[in-house]
Design a protein around this ligand. Structure first.
Ligand SMILES: NC(=O)c1ccc[n+]([C@@H]2O[C@H](COP(=O)([O-])OP(=O)(O)OC[C@H]3O[C@@H](n4cnc5c(N)ncnc54)[C@H](OP(=O)(O)O)[C@@H]3O)[C@@H](O)[C@H]2O)c1
Length: 306
């Protein structure tokens, strides 16, 4: 693929200048990878136009960001060619952050600050492009979160802020009570998990002029390995439509289905396999008709449109 074919970047919101690549690479599944191998994957992705990478403090039992950090230490110049997204606010059972040993959510100033400091240290970087509150915390106080966001921004440690797994009500509650712009909601959406199409989550992103990021866009691989009736139905239709698109691959059709939604959502893919990364990028050139899009939705929900 030539540089001229590189994927476009998408601005997440008119309230900020942050642009992410149209497809983001998620690093949740990073496990015990040597720096040189990870650098190879990062360079491969960047050359194809995937310049944005998604992490969280807790990934890999709090280790994933260290692997990324070792790669960035080996090649510091890479930092300015990429955008780094991370998350805070979830505490894993048994981690250093829990006295009783339970897993829970924490969005206090102290915890968010500690998490960001650890993330920056682990990643060997001075700043995050985007920090997300990983899950909605019932004990979250918007004004407290706003204060810590403003401190982190002022210190140059985090440039932009967002949330993840928030309902539209939770999103509105937070944004109406804080000054810091919230520029994305990272949610689960795939041909096997279509709830956000109907529960208002995506409508609310359009209403607020933010682009959602989509996790597990290929259903975490269940599309390829799962055995349910829904998966069987959806795969059958994806394969038919793939043939209608010059023998595209089914994962390309599944991603093209996400890209057609008017929220201009950004899939966060999870494979670290080069062939599969390349295949995912091809989906950005596939345009489904409305009829093809609904055939997939009907197969997923298992009944015709009302
Ligand atoms: N905000 C949140 O709460 C949240 C939650 C979960 C995930 N995430 C983010 O979302 C990212 C993606 O999640 P995910 O890993 O579940 O995404 P995914 O892209 O839906 O699934 C990736 C999995 O599918 C497998 N797979 C099998 N065949 C494939 C093919 N042809 N093409 C692509 N993948 C294939 C991959 O295996 P191989 O690895 O062997 O290729 C991998 O195990 C994570 O890395 C993380 O950054 C966020």
């Amino acid at each position: 693929m030539h540089a001229s074919n590189k994927m476009e970047k998408l601005n997440l919101s008119p309230a900020s200048e942050l642009a992410l690549s149209k497809i983001v690479l998620g690093l949740w599944r990073l496990n015990n990878i040597p720096a040189n191998e990870l650098l190879e994957i990062l360079h491969y992705s960047i050359n194809l136009g995937i310049t944005s990478f998604d992490e969280a403090d807790i990934y890999g039992g709090y280790r994933s960001q260290e692997y990324l950090g070792r790669a960035l230490k080996a090649e510091p110049s890479l930092r300015h060619a990429i955008q780094l997204v991370s998350k805070a606010g979830v505490i894993l059972p048994g981690s250093v952050f829990t006295k009783s040993g339970i897993g829970y959510y924490k969005t206090t100033q102290q915890h968010i600050t500690q998490s960001v400091e650890k993330t920056l240290g682990d990643m060997n970087t001075d700043y995050l492009d985007l920090l997300l509150i990983h899950r909605p915390n019932p004990l979250m106080v918007p004004e407290e979160l706003d204060a810590v966001f403003q401190k982190l921004k002022k210190a140059g440690k985090v440039l932009h802020f967002g949330v993840s797994n928030f309902t539209s009500n939770q999103f509105d509650m937070l944004t109406q009570r804080m000054e810091t712009p919230i520029i994305t909601n990272q949610i689960e959406l795939s041909v096997l998990h279509t709830t956000p199409l109907n529960d208002g989550t995506l409508d609310n992103c359009i209403k607020n002029q933010i682009k959602p990021m989509l996790w597990s866009p290929l259903a975490g691989g269940a599309l390829f390995t799962g055995k349910t009736e829904q998966i069987h139905r959806v795969n059958g239709v994806l394969a038919e439509i793939a043939r209608e698109h010059y023998n595209a691959a089914i994962e390309q059709i599944a991603l093209a289905w996400l890209l057609k939604h008017p929220s201009n959502a950004i899939p966060v893919i999870g494979t670290l396999n080069k062939e599969r990364i390349l295949s995912a990028i091809t989906s950005t050139h596939i345009e489904l008709t409305d009829e093809q899009w609904f055939r997939i939705l009907i197969a997923s929900q298992g009944h015709p449109m009302a």
